[in-house]
Design a protein around this ligand. Structure first.
Ligand SMILES: Nc1ncnc2c1ncn2[C@@H]1O[C@H](COP(=O)(O)OP(=O)(O)OP(=O)(O)O)[C@@H](O)[C@H]1O
Length: 594
């Protein structure tokens, strides 16, 4: 999958497919009955509305020349009743369609969100998160009007056109043909601008996505921006991205608005033509004044729904750009999925084997090369090595966040690619290097590790990782509300909470990636005491740069550039005087110097 950045337009992985429209209708289908009721209401409303010019014709040609006041009053009464009926129908239509529109949006969003929850890390690695967000929020919103009102309008407008043409034909066939003369011209214009319009809206959706991605990234990085006084540069970048959005918006709208004036101009020309032909017909006695006035009224009415259909067409073209992205996201297949024949991983003992594992995030650039590891149940394995050497990658593979490129990873002798992913992950407790705190209470955040844990169990886990004291010192204790990413907490406190979360899952395999790197030495020492108890009976993988934290590990693996170059206990590795020894010495020296 190609990587993407905020200033790079995303390529469509699947071109537009007319089936998308069919698929869109499946979201509308559940509301079929209410839509039919609305269509009926709208047909009644437009029928009532269309009666107007006919009543005027009647008044001009018959009641006024005859001086028939009661007839005129009756016509006025009918007209008023028609207007009231139109108003009532419109009121119901707005209410029903708003509800349906929102329900459809909710259903599309649900599908998007559900799939986003399943997608693998590689999906999120490869694009700015703002570009994902824009699909779920903005693009879906943009569809709402089309899916609800657009379709009703289309049906009503087609009905209106048919009725209007019927009225016009009833009044005068020749004038009707003149009135239709502009129609082929309009069809030609639509045909010519169609492709340019589609491309312009596609580009606009990309630019909107880029803008969103940059705003999202800027908000996430605001502290660094301010710390490095980068506001001015960021403002310039923002203006560039924003200008690019504005430019493509202007272009899209310019193309779009070719249609509207075309309809206006064609309708005015047609009306002029009908006036010329009509007036000469009056002179010849072909049509009455009332008929011509009514006819002109109908022509104006004829072009209004036609303009609406033009707008609907525009909306469809815009929506295509959004639909493509939305369905692309709903259809995106997670790279890591359970095999269709996968079995549940039975409760494990915790034996872990990496059998000649090779792995590349991007094809052709292997990060891990022929890694083999053997861990007995209950053993503690420490992974050490330089930054970027591949430690986190090793533990990510164990949880199957990515699929191995080559080789096998086995737990209790079972290849993890043959078991269901939830049954694998449920038996593991993971504390990632960058612990994430969700908005909610501290209690909720720890309970994320096991949703059915009691308050006592949560508190017990917090006590074990030495988090209880700091949590209790907060005004609301475990009920303290923290915000997303836990910005109200220190990094060490965030680590302690996520440590407790991993522990609460009571996993057979525990992965601690730099679990204590931000925790003060005193707390760390206190944790160390509980650690042995904590790791008892579990297989654990501990990644640490501070070697003091892993000296008691059963096995230390020294990783260098994606390979294990040394393996043994702390004492064995020191005696070997290899890279581990050097690292240890350099840390001891700096500690001593400190
Ligand atoms: N999502 C990713 N996509 C592409 N490359 C990645 C990704 N994550 C890590 N890498 C690359 O893989 C290599 C190993 O990264 P990894 O995170 O496993 O290192 P590490 O040993 O855990 O480093 P550290 O000690 O800094 O945490 C690095 O060169 C890194 O650039």
């Amino acid at each position: 999958m190609a990587r993407n950045k905020f200033d790079v337009d995303e390529e469509l992985e699947s071109p537009f497919n007319p089936q998308h429209f069919k698929r869109m209708l499946t979201y509308i289908a559940p509301y079929r009955n209410r839509i039919i009721i609305t269509v009926i209401l709208m047909l009644v409303a437009s029928g009532a509305n269309l009666i107007g010019p006919f009543l005027i014709k009647q008044a001009i040609d018959t009641e006024i020349p005859d001086g028939d006041v009661s007839g005129l009053t009756l016509l006025a009464g009918i007209y008023l009743a028609a207007l009231i009926v139109t108003g009532i129908c419109m009121k119901f239509r707005i209410r029903i369609m708003s509800e349906i529109g929102q329900s459809i949006i909710k259903a599309i969003r649900k599908d998007l969100f559900e799939n986003l929850q399943k997608l693998s890390f590689s999906f999120y690695d490869s694009r700015p998160h703002g570009k994902i967000l824009v699909r779920v929020v903005n693009y879906v919103n943009s569809l709402s009007d089309l899916l609800s009102n657009g379709i009703i309008n289309l049906i009503t407008d087609l009905f209106s056109i048919a009725v209007i043409v019927g009225f016009m034909l009833a009044i005068d066939v020749k004038l009707t043909l003149y009135a239709m003369a502009g129609f082929p011209v309009l069809a030609g214009i639509i045909f010519i601008i169609k492709n340019a319009q589609r491309r312009a809206w596609q580009k606009l959706s990309n630019k909107q996505s880029n803008l969103n991605a940059y705003i999202h990234e800027s908000i996430n990085g605001i502290k660094i921006t301010q710390a490095f006084v980068r506001e001015e540069e960021n403002k310039q970048i923002f203006e560039e991205v924003s200008d690019s959005y504005r430019g493509s918006w202007m272009k899209a709208v310019r193309i779009q608005f070719l249609l509207w004036p075309s309809i206006e101009n064609i309708s005015v020309l047609t009306v002029s033509l009908v006036y010329i032909v009509g007036i000469s017909s009056i002179a010849n006695g072909g049509v009455t004044v009332g008929s011509l006035v009514a006819f002109i009224g109908y022509i104006w009415m004829f072009w209004a729904p036609l303009a609406n259909i033009g707008n609907f067409y525009n909306a469809i073209i815009n929506a295509m750009a959004y639909l493509e992205r939305i369905f692309e996201t709903i259809d995106e297949k997670p790279e890591v999925v359970s095999d269709p024949n996968a079995a549940e991983l039975k409760p494990i003992k915790g034996k872990v084997t990496f059998d000649d594992v090779t792995f590349a995030y991007e094809e052709g650039s292997p990060i891990l090369k022929n890694v083999s590891i053997d861990v007995k149940p209950g053993e503690t394995v420490a992974l050490v090595g330089a930054t970027g050497s591949g430690k986190t990658t090793i533990v990510s593979l164990l949880s199957r966040f990515y699929n191995v490129t080559d080789g096998q990873i086995k737990i209790d002798g079972v290849d993890i690619s043959t078991v269901t992913i939830p049954s694998l992950r449920k038996q593991m407790g993971i504390m990632l290097q960058d612990p994430f705190i969700f908005s909610g209470t501290i209690m909720d955040n720890i309970r994320y590790g096991r949703l059915d844990a009691t308050d006592e169990e949560v508190i017990e886990a917090a006590k074990t990782v030495q988090a209880h004291d700091f949590i209790s010192s907060l005004k609301d204790g475990y009920e303290t509300e923290v915000n997303e990413r836990g910005t109200r907490l220190s990094s060490g406190q965030r680590q302690l909470i996520s440590f407790a979360r991993a522990l609460l899952a009571d996993p057979k395999i525990l992965v601690l990636d730099e679990a204590t790197s931000s925790i003060d030495t005193e707390t760390e020492l206190a944790m160390q005491k509980g650690m042995e108890h904590l790791l008892e009976g579990r297989t654990s993988f501990i990644i640490a740069h501070r070697l003091s934290t892993i000296q008691n590990a059963d096995k230390i693996l020294f990783i260098d550039n994606g390979k294990i170059i040394e393996e043994g206990t702390h004492t064995e590795l020191l005696a070997r005087k290899g890279p581990y020894y050097k690292l240890y010495r350099s840390q001891s020296h700096s500690l001593a110097a400190g």
